[in-house]
Design a protein around this ligand. Structure first.
Ligand SMILES: Nc1nc2c([nH]c(=O)n2[C@@H]2O[C@H](COP(=O)(O)OP(=O)(O)OP(=O)(O)O)[C@@H](O)[C@H]2O)c(=O)[nH]1
Ligand SMILES: [Mg+2]
Length: 314
Protein backbone atom coordinates (compact mmCIF):
# COMPACT_ATOMS: atom_id res chain seq x y z
CA UNK A 1 0.00 0.00 0.00
CA UNK A 2 1.26 3.49 -0.84
CA UNK A 3 2.38 5.88 1.87
CA UNK A 4 -0.32 8.27 2.97
CA UNK A 5 0.03 12.05 3.12
CA UNK A 6 -0.05 13.02 6.79
CA UNK A 7 -2.15 16.15 7.37
CA UNK A 8 -2.61 18.02 10.65
CA UNK A 9 -5.99 19.81 10.85
CA UNK A 10 -7.78 21.72 13.59
CA UNK A 11 -11.31 21.91 14.92
CA UNK A 12 -10.83 25.32 16.54
CA UNK A 13 -13.48 25.93 19.16
CA UNK A 14 -14.50 29.26 20.65
CA UNK A 15 -15.74 29.44 24.26
CA UNK A 16 -19.34 29.61 22.94
CA UNK A 17 -18.85 26.24 21.21
CA UNK A 18 -18.66 27.55 17.64
CA UNK A 19 -16.09 26.10 15.27
CA UNK A 20 -13.87 27.89 12.75
CA UNK A 21 -13.88 26.64 9.16
CA UNK A 22 -12.12 28.03 6.09
CA UNK A 23 -12.91 27.96 2.39
CA UNK A 24 -10.22 26.30 0.29
CA UNK A 25 -8.81 28.58 -2.43
CA UNK A 26 -10.22 27.77 -5.90
CA UNK A 27 -6.79 26.84 -7.33
CA UNK A 28 -6.06 24.11 -4.72
CA UNK A 29 -7.29 20.49 -4.70
CA UNK A 30 -10.91 20.48 -3.42
CA UNK A 31 -10.98 24.23 -4.18
CA UNK A 32 -14.16 26.00 -3.07
CA UNK A 33 -14.99 23.37 -0.45
CA UNK A 34 -14.85 24.17 3.27
CA UNK A 35 -12.16 22.65 5.49
CA UNK A 36 -10.69 22.58 8.94
CA UNK A 37 -7.54 24.71 8.78
CA UNK A 38 -4.26 22.82 8.61
CA UNK A 39 -1.84 21.24 6.18
CA UNK A 40 0.83 18.66 5.49
CA UNK A 41 3.17 17.47 8.23
CA UNK A 42 6.75 18.06 7.07
CA UNK A 43 9.52 15.47 7.28
CA UNK A 44 10.89 15.26 10.82
CA UNK A 45 8.09 17.39 12.24
CA UNK A 46 5.69 16.23 15.00
CA UNK A 47 1.94 16.55 14.30
CA UNK A 48 1.59 19.09 17.09
CA UNK A 49 4.40 21.19 15.63
CA UNK A 50 2.81 20.98 12.17
CA UNK A 51 -0.55 22.02 13.58
CA UNK A 52 1.00 25.03 15.32
CA UNK A 53 2.93 26.04 12.17
CA UNK A 54 -0.07 25.68 9.84
CA UNK A 55 -2.41 27.66 12.10
CA UNK A 56 0.19 30.40 12.36
CA UNK A 57 0.65 30.47 8.55
CA UNK A 58 -3.02 30.16 7.60
CA UNK A 59 -4.75 32.10 10.41
CA UNK A 60 -2.07 34.04 12.30
CA UNK A 61 -2.88 32.42 15.66
CA UNK A 62 -0.69 30.63 18.23
CA UNK A 63 -2.08 27.36 19.63
CA UNK A 64 -2.00 27.08 23.45
CA UNK A 65 -4.41 24.18 24.19
CA UNK A 66 -5.08 21.20 21.88
CA UNK A 67 -6.14 17.58 22.19
CA UNK A 68 -6.26 14.75 19.66
CA UNK A 69 -9.85 14.50 18.32
CA UNK A 70 -9.93 11.95 15.49
CA UNK A 71 -7.68 10.33 12.88
CA UNK A 72 -9.24 9.52 9.52
CA UNK A 73 -7.64 7.73 6.59
CA UNK A 74 -9.20 8.39 3.20
CA UNK A 75 -8.39 7.32 -0.33
CA UNK A 76 -8.79 10.11 -2.93
CA UNK A 77 -8.59 8.03 -6.15
CA UNK A 78 -5.26 6.45 -5.25
CA UNK A 79 -3.95 9.29 -3.08
CA UNK A 80 -4.19 8.27 0.58
CA UNK A 81 -4.58 11.03 3.11
CA UNK A 82 -4.30 10.64 6.90
CA UNK A 83 -6.21 13.51 8.48
CA UNK A 84 -4.87 13.90 12.01
CA UNK A 85 -7.44 16.19 13.57
CA UNK A 86 -6.94 18.05 16.84
CA UNK A 87 -9.43 20.09 18.81
CA UNK A 88 -7.95 23.48 19.64
CA UNK A 89 -9.64 25.16 22.60
CA UNK A 90 -6.92 27.66 23.47
CA UNK A 91 -5.06 30.07 21.19
CA UNK A 92 -3.80 33.62 21.15
CA UNK A 93 -4.39 36.15 18.41
CA UNK A 94 -7.50 36.86 16.34
CA UNK A 95 -7.88 34.38 13.43
CA UNK A 96 -7.87 35.91 9.94
CA UNK A 97 -7.66 34.38 6.47
CA UNK A 98 -3.90 35.00 6.18
CA UNK A 99 -3.77 33.38 2.74
CA UNK A 100 -6.80 35.29 1.44
CA UNK A 101 -9.26 32.50 2.26
CA UNK A 102 -12.71 33.17 3.74
CA UNK A 103 -13.20 32.01 7.31
CA UNK A 104 -16.39 31.64 9.32
CA UNK A 105 -17.39 30.62 12.87
CA UNK A 106 -20.18 28.04 12.73
CA UNK A 107 -22.43 26.49 15.40
CA UNK A 108 -21.65 22.75 15.55
CA UNK A 109 -25.09 21.66 14.30
CA UNK A 110 -24.80 24.06 11.33
CA UNK A 111 -21.59 22.37 10.11
CA UNK A 112 -23.75 20.01 8.04
CA UNK A 113 -24.88 23.01 5.93
CA UNK A 114 -21.33 23.35 4.51
CA UNK A 115 -19.73 21.22 1.83
CA UNK A 116 -16.45 19.54 2.89
CA UNK A 117 -14.08 17.14 1.09
CA UNK A 118 -15.20 13.48 1.22
CA UNK A 119 -12.77 12.55 4.02
CA UNK A 120 -14.40 15.03 6.40
CA UNK A 121 -17.71 13.35 7.24
CA UNK A 122 -16.44 11.64 10.43
CA UNK A 123 -14.54 14.80 11.34
CA UNK A 124 -17.75 16.82 11.18
CA UNK A 125 -19.44 14.18 13.38
CA UNK A 126 -16.55 14.39 15.86
CA UNK A 127 -16.79 18.20 15.92
CA UNK A 128 -20.52 17.98 16.71
CA UNK A 129 -20.29 15.30 19.41
CA UNK A 130 -19.41 15.95 23.08
CA UNK A 131 -16.68 14.08 24.99
CA UNK A 132 -19.07 12.32 27.41
CA UNK A 133 -21.86 9.88 26.56
CA UNK A 134 -24.18 8.99 29.44
CA UNK A 135 -25.74 5.53 29.45
CA UNK A 136 -28.65 5.22 31.90
CA UNK A 137 -28.47 2.60 34.71
CA UNK A 138 -30.81 -0.39 34.84
CA UNK A 139 -33.25 -1.44 37.59
CA UNK A 140 -34.69 2.06 38.02
CA UNK A 141 -38.29 3.20 37.73
CA UNK A 142 -39.25 5.52 34.88
CA UNK A 143 -39.54 8.34 37.40
CA UNK A 144 -36.02 7.73 38.75
CA UNK A 145 -34.64 7.54 35.24
CA UNK A 146 -36.23 10.81 34.15
CA UNK A 147 -35.05 12.52 37.34
CA UNK A 148 -31.52 11.34 36.57
CA UNK A 149 -31.75 12.56 32.98
CA UNK A 150 -32.82 15.99 34.28
CA UNK A 151 -29.86 16.08 36.66
CA UNK A 152 -27.52 15.01 33.87
CA UNK A 153 -28.76 17.80 31.59
CA UNK A 154 -28.20 20.31 34.39
CA UNK A 155 -24.65 19.02 34.85
CA UNK A 156 -23.88 19.66 31.16
CA UNK A 157 -24.35 16.18 29.64
CA UNK A 158 -25.23 16.55 25.94
CA UNK A 159 -25.49 12.92 24.73
CA UNK A 160 -27.61 10.31 26.49
CA UNK A 161 -28.45 6.69 25.75
CA UNK A 162 -31.74 5.58 27.28
CA UNK A 163 -30.88 2.02 28.25
CA UNK A 164 -33.43 0.05 30.26
CA UNK A 165 -33.00 -3.62 29.29
CA UNK A 166 -35.28 -4.88 32.06
CA UNK A 167 -38.22 -2.59 31.36
CA UNK A 168 -41.35 -3.78 29.53
CA UNK A 169 -41.60 -2.44 25.97
CA UNK A 170 -44.68 -0.28 26.58
CA UNK A 171 -43.08 1.32 29.65
CA UNK A 172 -39.83 1.97 27.78
CA UNK A 173 -41.72 3.59 24.89
CA UNK A 174 -43.67 5.88 27.26
CA UNK A 175 -40.47 6.85 29.03
CA UNK A 176 -38.75 7.50 25.69
CA UNK A 177 -41.44 10.05 24.78
CA UNK A 178 -40.88 11.88 28.09
CA UNK A 179 -37.08 11.74 27.74
CA UNK A 180 -37.27 13.14 24.19
CA UNK A 181 -39.29 16.05 25.58
CA UNK A 182 -36.75 16.68 28.36
CA UNK A 183 -33.79 16.57 25.98
CA UNK A 184 -35.30 18.74 23.21
CA UNK A 185 -32.91 21.57 22.37
CA UNK A 186 -30.52 20.57 25.16
CA UNK A 187 -29.09 17.13 24.39
CA UNK A 188 -29.18 14.35 21.84
CA UNK A 189 -31.10 11.30 23.05
CA UNK A 190 -30.21 7.85 21.72
CA UNK A 191 -32.78 5.06 22.03
CA UNK A 192 -32.25 1.30 22.09
CA UNK A 193 -34.90 -1.10 20.88
CA UNK A 194 -36.17 -3.28 18.06
CA UNK A 195 -35.81 -2.16 14.45
CA UNK A 196 -39.61 -2.03 14.14
CA UNK A 197 -39.64 1.04 16.41
CA UNK A 198 -37.27 3.09 14.27
CA UNK A 199 -40.02 5.08 12.57
CA UNK A 200 -41.82 5.88 15.82
CA UNK A 201 -39.27 8.28 17.38
CA UNK A 202 -37.84 10.49 14.61
CA UNK A 203 -36.35 13.03 17.08
CA UNK A 204 -34.20 10.38 18.74
CA UNK A 205 -31.02 8.80 17.45
CA UNK A 206 -30.67 5.04 17.49
CA UNK A 207 -28.05 2.97 19.29
CA UNK A 208 -27.72 -0.57 17.90
CA UNK A 209 -26.69 -3.53 20.01
CA UNK A 210 -23.81 -5.57 18.61
CA UNK A 211 -26.35 -8.33 17.87
CA UNK A 212 -28.43 -5.92 15.76
CA UNK A 213 -25.24 -4.73 14.08
CA UNK A 214 -24.26 -8.30 13.14
CA UNK A 215 -27.76 -9.00 11.85
CA UNK A 216 -28.42 -5.82 9.86
CA UNK A 217 -25.01 -4.42 8.77
CA UNK A 218 -25.19 -5.97 5.30
CA UNK A 219 -28.28 -3.86 4.54
CA UNK A 220 -26.47 -0.58 5.30
CA UNK A 221 -27.83 2.43 7.17
CA UNK A 222 -31.48 2.00 8.18
CA UNK A 223 -32.12 5.75 7.77
CA UNK A 224 -30.32 8.62 5.99
CA UNK A 225 -27.52 10.75 7.41
CA UNK A 226 -28.91 13.58 9.54
CA UNK A 227 -30.31 11.38 12.30
CA UNK A 228 -27.69 9.92 14.65
CA UNK A 229 -26.89 6.22 14.31
CA UNK A 230 -24.55 4.48 16.76
CA UNK A 231 -23.55 0.92 17.61
CA UNK A 232 -21.99 -1.07 20.45
CA UNK A 233 -18.71 -2.70 19.40
CA UNK A 234 -16.34 -5.04 21.20
CA UNK A 235 -13.76 -6.12 18.62
CA UNK A 236 -12.29 -5.46 15.18
CA UNK A 237 -14.99 -7.45 13.43
CA UNK A 238 -17.80 -5.37 14.94
CA UNK A 239 -15.95 -2.13 14.18
CA UNK A 240 -15.72 -3.27 10.55
CA UNK A 241 -19.48 -3.94 10.54
CA UNK A 242 -20.07 -0.47 12.02
CA UNK A 243 -18.10 0.97 9.09
CA UNK A 244 -20.10 -1.14 6.64
CA UNK A 245 -23.33 0.13 8.19
CA UNK A 246 -22.03 3.74 8.06
CA UNK A 247 -22.85 4.48 11.71
CA UNK A 248 -22.01 7.98 12.98
CA UNK A 249 -20.22 6.77 16.12
CA UNK A 250 -19.65 3.72 18.31
CA UNK A 251 -19.01 2.67 21.86
CA UNK A 252 -16.05 0.33 22.31
CA UNK A 253 -16.12 -1.90 25.40
CA UNK A 254 -15.15 -3.11 27.90
CA UNK A 255 -11.99 -1.11 28.54
CA UNK A 256 -11.78 -2.07 32.22
CA UNK A 257 -13.62 -4.82 34.15
CA UNK A 258 -17.22 -3.72 34.88
CA UNK A 259 -20.14 -4.76 37.03
CA UNK A 260 -22.51 -4.71 34.04
CA UNK A 261 -20.54 -7.41 32.16
CA UNK A 262 -18.28 -9.19 34.71
CA UNK A 263 -17.64 -12.12 32.33
CA UNK A 264 -16.19 -10.02 29.48
CA UNK A 265 -12.41 -9.84 28.94
CA UNK A 266 -11.34 -6.17 29.12
CA UNK A 267 -9.58 -4.61 26.11
CA UNK A 268 -7.35 -2.39 28.23
CA UNK A 269 -6.03 0.98 27.02
CA UNK A 270 -3.52 -0.51 24.59
CA UNK A 271 -6.10 -2.89 23.11
CA UNK A 272 -8.55 -0.05 22.58
CA UNK A 273 -5.90 2.22 21.03
CA UNK A 274 -4.84 -0.54 18.61
CA UNK A 275 -8.45 -1.13 17.50
CA UNK A 276 -9.15 2.60 17.05
CA UNK A 277 -6.00 3.07 14.98
CA UNK A 278 -7.77 1.26 12.14
CA UNK A 279 -11.19 2.79 12.68
CA UNK A 280 -12.29 6.04 11.06
CA UNK A 281 -15.24 7.17 13.14
CA UNK A 282 -15.78 8.77 16.58
CA UNK A 283 -15.64 6.18 19.36
CA UNK A 284 -16.51 6.40 23.07
CA UNK A 285 -14.61 4.08 25.38
CA UNK A 286 -16.96 2.23 27.75
CA UNK A 287 -16.42 0.01 30.77
CA UNK A 288 -15.14 1.30 34.10
CA UNK A 289 -14.66 4.84 32.75
CA UNK A 290 -14.99 8.07 34.76
CA UNK A 291 -14.38 11.70 33.68
CA UNK A 292 -10.86 11.35 35.16
CA UNK A 293 -10.13 8.90 32.30
CA UNK A 294 -10.93 11.47 29.58
CA UNK A 295 -7.32 12.53 28.84
CA UNK A 296 -6.19 8.92 28.47
CA UNK A 297 -9.23 8.04 26.32
CA UNK A 298 -8.38 10.93 24.00
CA UNK A 299 -4.75 9.82 23.81
CA UNK A 300 -6.04 6.36 22.83
CA UNK A 301 -7.77 7.96 19.83
CA UNK A 302 -11.28 8.13 21.28
CA UNK A 303 -13.86 10.92 21.16
CA UNK A 304 -14.25 10.52 24.90
CA UNK A 305 -15.86 8.20 27.44
CA UNK A 306 -19.26 6.53 27.75
CA UNK A 307 -20.36 5.53 31.21
CA UNK A 308 -23.22 4.54 33.44
CA UNK A 309 -21.93 4.97 37.01
CA UNK A 310 -19.15 7.40 36.09
CA UNK A 311 -21.63 10.01 34.80
CA UNK A 312 -24.88 9.32 36.72
CA UNK A 313 -25.41 11.90 39.45
CA UNK A 314 -28.50 10.85 41.48
N1 LIG B 1 -6.36 21.21 5.96
C1 LIG B 1 -7.26 20.32 5.60
N2 LIG B 1 -6.98 19.42 4.60
C2 LIG B 1 -7.94 18.55 4.28
C3 LIG B 1 -9.20 18.51 4.95
N3 LIG B 1 -9.96 17.53 4.40
C4 LIG B 1 -9.21 16.94 3.44
O1 LIG B 1 -9.57 16.01 2.75
N4 LIG B 1 -7.98 17.56 3.34
C5 LIG B 1 -6.94 17.18 2.39
O2 LIG B 1 -5.68 17.12 3.04
C6 LIG B 1 -4.63 17.58 2.16
C7 LIG B 1 -3.84 18.69 2.86
O3 LIG B 1 -4.07 19.88 2.26
P1 LIG B 1 -3.55 21.34 2.40
O4 LIG B 1 -3.81 21.90 1.06
O5 LIG B 1 -4.19 22.00 3.56
O6 LIG B 1 -2.00 21.25 2.68
P2 LIG B 1 -1.07 22.53 2.94
O7 LIG B 1 -1.78 23.50 3.83
O8 LIG B 1 0.24 21.94 3.39
O9 LIG B 1 -1.02 23.24 1.52
P3 LIG B 1 0.04 23.37 0.36
O10 LIG B 1 0.18 21.99 -0.22
O11 LIG B 1 -0.61 24.32 -0.58
O12 LIG B 1 1.32 23.88 0.95
C8 LIG B 1 -5.31 17.99 0.87
O13 LIG B 1 -5.27 16.94 -0.05
C9 LIG B 1 -6.75 18.23 1.32
O14 LIG B 1 -7.67 18.11 0.31
C10 LIG B 1 -9.48 19.45 5.98
O15 LIG B 1 -10.54 19.50 6.60
N5 LIG B 1 -8.48 20.33 6.26
MG1 LIG C 1 -3.75 23.97 4.31
Amino acid sequence: MSESIHVAAAVIRATDGRVLIARRPDDKPHGGLWEFPGGKVETGETVEAALARELDEELGIAVTVARPLIRVTHDYSGKRVLLDVWEVTGFSGAPRGAEGQSIVWVAPRALTDYEFPAANQPVVAAARLPDRYLVTPQDLTAQQLLQGVRAALDSGIRLIQLRAPDMFSADYRDMAVDAIGLCAGRAQLMLKGPFEWLGDFPAAGWHLTSTQLREHACRGRPFPVGRWLAASCHDAEELALATEMEVDFVTLSPIQPTRTHPEAVPLGWAGAAALLDNFNRPAYLLGGMTPADLPQAMQAGAQGIASIRGLWRV
